[in-house]
Design a protein around this ligand. Structure first.
Ligand code: NAD
Length: 367
């Protein structure tokens, strides 16, 4: 029987509350899958700062490097807002991404039929939306050199950031795009600004060349401005989107509103390191933050964390059947009308974090 080591980094605020439910759901899948999980918890973010002075204590990084996958909660909060920039709670997450070279960020945006009315967009626009945005995470404008501000004697200044990509960086994220599209509806949209940026011209050239290895996947290219419009106009036209860092940052947040609530959105960050699970070692986390306004009350929606656990099974451990089972359990619980406060309509009874977790566990166990 395969045993997988999962590093569990709950972090701060509602992080520990929602991560606990995701762990329970993973345990529930192991009963029928024949795989077993060894969960090991470690400190990160504000919890790491309080205990050791560092947002990513060395023991936590060592654990992440040995694990087959990392289940992450959320980090940060008002308590740590005034600590020096280098040891901010959020640095813990950025440091793990850098250390493990997690270069592909996957963010699905699904508009569940029973939650269509929670979306700020019209039912006729969002109904049927089921897309995945893959954002390149370690290159481009956010890291390119030269960067900096030059101050002039006359009080003026000049600031520079550099958008830079190599063939290798584009090729590896494009391959993630094609592989993911292959597991979905086999349609990949590459987003760039090919009409203006030379970086985008290289991007398009490399993506087109990688496409030759994936004849079963249909590729199209869309300009980022058109994509931004189409996402709120005809989101159902998209299956899988792959794009560079800055465009992906903006488009994935835009796509997030289609789903209605922050509490519903999972994510994965994948790297190069091959894990024993058959897929790459990855970090899986809800898109939301630590929600200090509701932390400690037991009312946070655990679905984003639970769906992140399903992505962990799908992408790092190749346990597709169990991942599907979790996704289906979440759908069934929602279909039956169960809601946490953030997705409840007026008058609905709102469940707590644990109660929602219990229901998903029961459905996973029943299969
Ligand atoms: P947030 O996502 O924590 O909260 C935004 C709003 O959504 C709040 O009203 C919150 O109550 C609600 N919300 C979020 N998740 C929810 C859930 N699971 N169930 C129900 N409601 C939910 O964003 P914020 O308020 O901008 O940030 C709070 C802290 O989290 C900050 O310190 C920020 O830096 C940090 N943060 C961390 C991450 C991360 O760890 N990846 C991401 C975003 C923000």
């Amino acid at each position: 029987m395969a045993t997988y080591k999962i590093a569990v980094l709950p972090g701060d605020g509602i992080g520990p509350e929602v991560t606990a439910e995701a762990v329970r759901v993973l345990r529930a899948t192991s009963k029928s899958s024949g795989a077993s999980f060894e969960f090991e918890e470690a400190l990160v973010g504000g919890a790491g700062i309080d205990a050791t002075g560092h947002p990513l204590p060395p023991a936590t990084l060592a654990l992440c490097k040995q694990a087959h996958a990392i289940l992450f909660g959320a980090v940060g909060g008002p308590k740590w807002e005034h600590v020096p920039h280098e040891v901010r709670a959020e640095r813990g997450l950025l440091a793990i991404r850098k250390e493990l070279d997690l270069y592909a960020n996957l963010r699905p945006a699904i508009c569940f039929p029973m939650l269509v009315d929670a979306s700020p967009l019209k039912r006729s626009v969002v109904e049927g939306t089921d897309l995945m945005v893959i954002r390149e995470l370690t290159g481009g404008l956010y890291y390119g050199e030269p960067r900096g501000v030059e101050r002039f004697a006359d009080g003026g200044a000049r600031a520079v950031n550099t958008m830079v990509y190599t063939t290798r960086e584009i090729e590896r994220v494009a391959r993630v795009g094609f592989e993911v599209a292959r597991k979905r509806r086999k349609h990949l949209t590459s987003v760039d600004k090919n009409n203006v940026l030379v970086v985008s011209q290289l991007w398009r050239e490399v993506v087109t060349s990688v496409a030759k290895d994936y004849p079963d996947v249909t590729l199209d290219h869309v300009l980022v401005d058109n994509c931004a419009m189409a996402l709120v106009h005809r989101p159902t036209q998209f299956d899988t989107i792959v794009t560079e860092n800055t465009f992906g940052d903006i488009l994935s947040d835009e796509a997030a509103i289609l789903a209605g609530s922050m509490g519903m959105l999972p994510s994965a960050s994948l790297g190069n390191l091959a894990g024993a699970g058959g897929g790459p070692v990855g970090l899986y986390e809800p898109v939301h933050g630590t929600a200090p306004d509701i932390a400690g009350q037991g009312v946070a929606n655990p679905i984003a964390a639970i769906l992140s656990a399903a992505m962990l099974l799908r992408y790092s451990l190749n346990m597709t059947r169990e991942a599907d089972r979790i996704d289906a359990a979440v759908r069934r619980v929602l279909e039956q009308g169960h809601r946490t406060r953030d997705i409840a309509a007026r008058g609905d009874k709102a469940l707590g974090t644990r109660e929602m977790g219990d229901l998903v566990v029961q459905h996973v166990e029943r299969g």
